[in-house]
Design a protein around this ligand. Structure first.
Ligand SMILES: [Zn+2]
Length: 113
């Protein structure tokens, strides 16, 4: 249900899978995770990719009723095994600067998976 809701309400769909909903204080957090199919190096297009942890991208979006809503996108940090390039694999989210979205902060964290 939440996956459909996120897609319809916020335009988040392709490339992401829904993980969980958390209630943190008054805030509703929707956690989503980038699907790892088809990851390719943006520099040399090799598909031999090593995962180097996860970055959390927190995006505040429009409230539901009176509840603030944050979308927490878990973005894999990747390294190309061929050319060594580091990159984040972040399928399309609503664009930065979208008036319904306010990026809160980006923070590096170790992968807990
Ligand atoms: Zn590469």
């Amino acid at each position: 249900m939440e996956a459909t809701f996120l897609k319809r309400a916020f335009g988040i769909g392709e490339g992401w899978e829904y993980r969980s909903t958390k209630y943190v204080g008054a805030t509703v957090e929707f956690h989503i995770k980038a699907k790892r199919d088809g990851i390719r190096c943006p520099k040399c297009e090799a598909d031999h990719i090593a995962l180097r942890g996860t970055r959390e991208r927190r995006i505040r979006t429009v409230p539901i009723g009176f509840k603030p809503v944050t979308i927490v996108a878990h973005v894999p940090r990747c390294q190309c095994r061929k050319c060594g390039e580091f990159f984040d694999f972040s399928p399309l989210l609503p664009p930065e600067g979208d008036p319904t979205l306010i990026a809160l902060n980006d923070s590096l964290q170790d992968s807990a998976e």
